[in-house]
Design a protein around this ligand. Sequence first.
Ligand code: ADP
Length: 625
Amino acid sequence: MAKQAFKAESKRLLDMMINSIYSNREIFLRELISNASDAIDKMYYKALTDDSLTFDQKDYYIKIDADKDSRTLKVMDTGIGMTEEELENNLGVIAKSGSLAFKNENEIKDGHDIIGQFGVGFYSAFMVADKVTVITKAFGSDQAYKWESTGADGYTIEPSEKETVGTEIILTIKENTEDESYDEYLEEYRLRSIIKKYSDFIRYPIKMEVTESRLKEGCEDEFEEYKEEQTINSMVPIWKKNKNELTDEDYVNFYQEKHYGFDKPLKHIHIKVDGTIRYNAILFIPENIPFDYYSKEFEKGLELYSSGVLIMEKCADLLPDYFSFVKGMVDSEDLSLNISREILQQDRQLKFIAKNIQSKIKRELENFLKNDRDKYELFYNSFGRQLKFGVYNNFGQDKDVLQDLLLFYSSKEEKLVTLDEYVSRMPEAQKYIYYATGETNERIARMPQTELVADKGYEILYFTEDVDEFAIKMLMSYKDKEFKSVASGDLDIDEESKEKTKAEEKENKGLLDYMKETLSGKVKDVKISTRLKNHPVCLTADGEVSIEMEKILSAMPNNQEVKADKILEINADHEVFQSLKTVFEQDTEKAGLYTNLLYNQALLIEGLPIEDPIEFTNDICKVMV
Ligand code: ADP
């Protein structure tokens, strides 16, 4: 029988996993038990929903069996089993859940990253075994199959014998090396403590032959040992327990056992609702962004259980898009087992639960922000973008839910602030919430457009993400204060300078008109600036579309050619303006040259491309000679 090779990526991953110095080898057992439990869930669900099947609670269990003589550890389950094809598809490919886009193999110091992120749970067996044998018989099939592999060089599949439906995984445990002992994975007490630690909440009994001792019959002081099958786990699912019985570690173990994420959760939310509709939920806010989170492949959703039986792995209807980062599970006695996906969407109970969960998450995030700001900022760095999308999406219908969870960088505080903090600090005379957009905080701080507002002593929010300005446009105002870009047409700040500017515009009408004509098609208008202090020129936008928005929209695949109405503002107090005035009186052609130079300068400051760089450099040379 020919040996089949693992798919190329799988082999690489497997090599890394086997050889990675992984401190936490014991979790292989958690992975195998978790798979076994999933397989029984599937069988159990079938039995419950198919009237032609009879079932008995005691038919569903997992059994662990260690044998020191043959150095084997068996994990067997009465789950749904695998067909030949499933063996091939499920165990022949590792990392099916994502491409192996590791930046650097050194990053995988901690094997857990791989295990969680790519769903290679089964393969963790190779951390402790040099041979893994899987004998399995699928539900509805008469033929059993055996899969076998000694690691990265491939695997074999052949027909085999097995009485009952289910799966048996046999690990041939590695010999001890100088630095590592593997014997412990054959020790009863050790296995027992690993099961207790990671798999106590598994809903099916995990049975094991355990050695006990008792008084020898007829003796008073002599003991004899005997074997007895015991159930090791308590079987009470964590979500049914009381919060005060559980430690943070229990929640973290549950999160990892369930593969909700490869990190540690930042926060857990344990919900028990006992009203007209009853449900329990355990929700997690991850710390890190899942690798596919901001891609089309990402699927949101919570696991959905009906009275402890898993009925759906990813119930999307339980989470709004803006909270799609939340992981976890919901269990309700009030949901029918037989419910189909289509009916589920209409289900009144489910709608109620979804609404309830949504407001609980919101409240928890608000408390999080209030009571643990540093950690909240970690969360916000990962998922703040999603909240902002949430404000923007659906024409802003969810903005009220989300506006108090937003943070933006503040020019004055030099850290992230909430809108409420901003507004509460506004001086009486300040009418608007000012913001500026740009690539980085450092660049924004140096933008000429911020000069006047900053000079007034007003705080400016720095927007560095694509979505920021779109979200704010949707929000329009916060606590009756409108948002205003420092680069928008009229800043409405300084009445006095407005008068002065008007006078200057009148005085220099000839020059301004000439400039406008020179730049026709490029800018809508040329004006004396009220906002510039030290810089000679800047570009601002008139109307709804800002220059930043134009940049973002034109970078989109279906470029819609949306253009901002640009205004070239010129600083009448700047020396350059005086030179411009002089050349305009003496040599209009030169004034045209200056105008083009100034316009191109303004484009550069904005981070916009110059239309004709050759002409621009030629122009500079002309001025220099
Ligand atoms: P994951 O569990 O994250 O999908 P694994 O590598 O642990 O990844 O398992 C791959 C697949 O193999 C599982 O999704 C499941 O379909 C199948 N499988 C593993 N163990 C069992 C088992 N004991 N019984 C039935 N199917 C199993």
